[in-house]
Each structure stands twice: as C-alpha cells, then as structure tokens.
Design a protein around this ligand. Structure first.
Ligand SMILES: [Ca+2]
Ligand SMILES: [Ca+2]
Length: 166
C-alpha cells in the first residue's frame, strides 16, 4: 500500500490512519500524508506523493529526525559506526556526548555537498541514536552511493563513511 486506500481490501479511515502498523514510530496516516484519515476514493491523494512512505515497512519512514537518548553514560565524545551499513533505505547513527554541549550531525554526499542536517543544537550528556531515512532536507530519496556523516561537538569532530545501496 503506497497510497491511502490502495489495494482495495481495507477501508481507509481515521482509525486505520491512527495505527502504526509497522512500528516505526509514525502512524499510517503520517506515512501516507493523511494523518487524520480523511481521504476517500475519488479524491486526489493528500499531501506530496514524493513524501509518502511505506506504512508496512519499518525502515521507510517520514523525514522527521528525532534523537533518542539511550540508557548509560558517555565516557567521552564518540561517533559510532552506523547500522545497518550498507543500508536501504534507512540507517541508525549512534553518538556519545560526555557533557552538555552544542552538537551538530550532518550528512554529506560523495562530492562533499551537505545533503542533510540531522541535529543541530544543545544536547545533555548521554548516549544517543538518530535514524536517517536516506532522504535530503526536502524529503527526496537520495541515490545509491557513499555518504559521510560528521559529528561536531565543542572541540570534537569525527566523520564516518556509509553506503546507501538500492
Ligand atoms: Ca508506521
Ligand atoms: Ca514505515
């Protein structure tokens, strides 16, 4: 199902829109650009079709970035390897911040162009994970290839390579 109601077996409704069928943290309605489930057969599809994600695939989710704090304390600044890697379409990046600091996590393509800023702001000490859905700032899916992610926090800076394989 890539659009509301597609497939025909299930009646699209507010109740269905409010479910998170694949458990990726976004409701079916959010993924299909129709958060309230108001779309009906015969109407044009809501939202921007390019931004629709698959409500049956937990690795495909909207272009929202949320940083998740994990249990445990950080010993120092660190940027860990992303997983999975290679990935398609999404991957998770873990980093550690030992003190309250301004942190910026960016994604660059193989030519060095900035394609996405995942987080940029003050974070408390801790261990964090952030999921990236392989999309640029405008929400468009990026092509296969090598990408680089860089964490900059206070005097710390680290960059790692990852591979998007479609
Ligand atoms: Ca979902
Ligand atoms: Ca999904």
């Amino acid at each position: 199902m890539t659009q509301p109601g597609a497939g025909g077996q299930v009646q699209w409704s507010a109740a269905l829109a409010s479910l998170d069928s694949d458990g990726d943290g976004f409701t079916n309605g959010e993924e299909l650009q129709d958060p309230d489930g108001t779309w009906q057969i015969g109407q044009p599809f809501p939202g921007d079709p390019a931004l629709v994600t698959n409500p049956g695939d937990a690795s495909d989710f909207p272009n929202t970035t949320s940083v998740e704090a994990l249990p445990g304390a950080a010993d120092g600044y660190a940027l860990d390897g992303n997983y999975p890697n290679p990935f398609n379409p999404s991957t998770t990046i873990r980093f550690e911040i030992p003190e309250r600091a301004t942190a910026r996590l960016e994604i660059f393509d193989s030519r060095g162009s900035l394609v996405r800023v995942l987080t940029d702001g003050i974070v408390d000490a801790g261990v964090y994970e952030i999921r990236w859905n392989g999309r640029d700032e405008a929400g468009h899916s990026l092509e296969s290839g090598a990408y680089f992610y860089r964490l900059t926090a206070e005097d710390f800076s680290s960059m790692r390579r990852m591979l998007l394989l479609k």
